[in-house]
Design a protein around this ligand. Structure first.
Ligand code: MF3
Ligand code: CO
Length: 275
């Protein structure tokens, strides 16, 4: 039998991926800081690019299948893969920022959702949307800690969304993925419960877990630029992502400064850093 090839990482390889993860986080934080009214999505991209270059790392998005920027900056009804440009951000805009870095050939990939002008400027529905999406991501990451099969992660995301955010749409068309010597690798990490449970979880697996929710329906279309994915009904979307290692002694959220301690605490899980 052939099985999909999943790249399993050694502890030392995971340590190098941690460095890529921290550069990825620094890029997202730099990008977040310029998400203010009047800034352009190009400004957001430039801040992320400067952080990656300043760390001596490289962007994995830039040039990927011809992608023209360092970050994806997806505003309001853009679910994912928004291309930065001259658009001016306005108070209350919901901005998903997705990016990644390569260090010594190893990749990081993460995303956050930011509301321009801060939570005080947010429509309460948008704030709930972003928080539910972040919560769904942590539910998936927590499930990875004890998952037997990769499909257990999507089941946990699905259960969280159904329980905590039944008013929101859980996007099915875009998935998480394995990550390592490439940004996108086997296995696919579904954001919903599926009959096929997928491959067995093994020590050395590193997965990008990245749910997307909308405040309406989940039907989407891609613009003529072949990247920008928008909701059909104009509802807004949020996207949160982390790259997470499972090793012999536990999980480690490579793209969080605290290794995932705060996000996992409600689940009674402590991350196990290898450093
Ligand atoms: N980061 C996206 C994901 O999370 C992929 C972006 S593709 C790119 O998997 F071309 F925009 F980089
Ligand atoms: Co990803």
């Amino acid at each position: 039998m052939f099985s999909p090839r999943v790249e399993l990482k050694s502890p030392d390889q995971i340590r190098t991926m941690r460095r890529a993860g921290l550069v990825t986080r620094a890029a997202l934080e730099a990008a977040r800081a310029v998400c203010v009214p009047g800034a352009t999505t190009d400004d957001v991209d430039s801040a992320g690019a400067a952080a990656i270059a300043g760390a001596g790392a490289a962007s994995n998005f830039l040039g990927y299948m011809g992608y023209p920027a360092t970050l994806c900056v997806s505003v309001n009804d853009v679910i994912v893969h928004g291309i930065p440009g001259p658009r001016n951000l306005e108070p209350g805009d919901v901005v998903s920022i997705d990016g990644g870095a390569i260090v010594e050939g190893w990749h990081g990939d993460a995303a956050i959702t930011v509301i321009v002008g801060g939570d005080a400027a947010a429509d309460p529905v948008d704030l709930a949307l972003s928080r539910a999406t972040e919560g769904a991501m942590w539910a998936g990451i927590a499930a990875f800690a004890s998952a037997k099969r990769v499909g257990d992660i999507g089941a946990a995301i699905d259960d969280f969304a159904a329980r905590e955010a039944p008013e929101f749409g859980l996007v099915e068309e875009y998935t998480g993925h394995g990550i390592g010597t490439q940004m996108h690798m086997e296995p696919e990490v579904l954001n919903y419960r599926a009959r096929n449970l997928g491959p067995k979880v093994r020590p050395g697996m590193v997965l990008a877990i990245e749910p997307m929710l909308t405040s309406g329906g989940i039907a989407s279309h891609t613009l003529a630029d072949e990247w920008t994915v928008m909701t059909d009904d104009g509802s807004r979307a949020a996207h949160w992502e982390n790259s997470v290692a499972r090793h012999a002694d536990g999980i480690w959220v490579l793209t969080e400064d605290d290794g995932g301690a705060a996000g996992l605490a409600p689940y009674g899980i402590a991350p196990v850093p290898l450093d």
